[in-house]
Design a protein around this ligand. Sequence first.
Ligand code: FAD
Ligand code: NAD
Length: 481
Amino acid sequence: RHPVDEQPAPDPSKKTLVVLGTGWGSVSLLKKLDTENYNVVVVSPRNYFLFTPLLPSCTVGTIEHRSIMEPIRNFLRHKKAAVKYYEAEATKIDYEKRVVYINDDSEIKGDVSATEVPFDMLVIGVGAENATFGIPGVREHGLFLKEVGDAQRIRNRIMDCCETATFKDQSPDEIQRLLHMVVVGGGPTGVEFAGELQDFFNSDLKKWIPEIKDTFKVTLVEALPNVLPMFSKQLIDYTEKTFKEETITIRTKTMVKKVTDKFIEAESTGPDGKKIVEKIPYGLLVWATGNALRPLVKDFINQIPAQKDSRRGLAVNEYLVVKGCENVWAVGDCAVANYAPTAQVASQEGAWLARMFNQMAKTHEIEAELAELSVKQEKAPGKDARDAVFADIKELQKRLRRVKQIGPFEYTHQGSLAYIGSEKAVADIAWLSGNIASGGTLTYLFWRSAYISMCFSTRNRILVCVDWFKSKIFGRDVSRV
Ligand code: FAD
Ligand code: NAD
């Protein structure tokens, strides 16, 4: 352990490895990295790791947000050698100068709130931001679902809509609008949120506020012909059927074009093939249409000529090196390596990179030893002494070859899992060389046990189980804070 006052100064003989972000990619790298080999510096505006797969449950209080957060300081203090952490946003990477500019964006600022961090090696794991496709009104009126703050805002907005709808003398049209919960984007984020929200209504809201029970309505809007495009056809059908039973309306082939404070404008194709534009009033709008590049990544792409065609993220090679750069790697949602932007991919990339960095350090160590031995061999008095050193060199060279044998990153897909509400989940699980598709209550139990086992720490696991128990026994908390 390294309490702050015991932290050693950076070792000049070691390279400085700067890691940006504390999400799935960066944290799984830090988990496996032997921090004794480098001066490790972590920069992220978020001083905790967030277990995103359970974030939709936080929007309705099935799980409390702190149960899926792990303080980064707590995690880093258990590393073998000290790691520096700066709570800051990286605002620019200057590749030529090998520095990252960082800004303290928090409320409390000291005399210094902007500075630079030099690096020898850089890992970019800053994730992505929410895509809006420039659709007017989305940023002003919609809520996203990516961070803890988003889940809290949604939780408050749901309750605000319910309380406002029951305000004295509210007109029927206004009640209908306020209780219309619209989710845009039929990917897993939108589907899981819609399922959680309907659960909240069915198990708690309608008992506690009976006057809303005939008006509360959840609608999921998706531009494509079906929801959950990454799942197999049978699970898509199963999800759509389950949503129908739960009375969640799915509007596929419907593209939202504009958002105002009270309605969305959506374009769909009528039965005669003609385009129809309609106004859909809403009380809550959750926007879940996937990922877009962060400004930091966009700016970096513009600095590197080899990245000029990168649209969805930093193009990386099979060793996760950012194309056109030396000693710069990218992991997770900000990197494009032909895999979907998921936690599963990000965590495998981070873990692989850590193994590679550990191997690289070992390689340097052996190469230094070899250089020393060859000097020793030259100076060795007599043939016998020279032969003895030669044997050592042979042995080390063998070790070096073994250590250098690290193949390129290869992703192993373990399957896709999503909660769809009413204690049902869908799962496409990779099995041998095939795939098992399953949906229902048993899959839901599997979903729960899989996510519990994937939680960051034992503390998180216990807290999540306690939250599940609490919400089952006492119902979810509807207080607005
Ligand atoms: P993130 O985990 O987003 O982490 C990015 C980090 O970078 C954060 O710490 C952030 O604060 C930091 N950062 C941002 N900007 C800067 C900056 N300028 N400088 C420094 N640091 C910065 N995937 C699955 O596989 N299974 C699931 O069940 C699943 N469920 C999901 C549910 C939800 C609601 C969401 C939103 C996503 C879900 N995902 C899931 C996707 C998964 O969360 C992402 O693919 C994953 O988080 C990507 O990891 P990452 O490390 O690239 O980015
Ligand atoms: P997504 O990109 O998977 O889905 C977004 C959906 O929004 C698309 O289907 C798109 O057609 C639709 N869309 C875009 N613009 C629209 C518009 N104007 N009107 C209507 N629909 C529109 O996004 P996501 O669900 O946020 O997921 C992001 C990533 O995170 C994905 O890679 C996903 O696999 C991963 N994720 C996984 C899980 C899980 O495994 N359970 C859960 C959440 C997220």
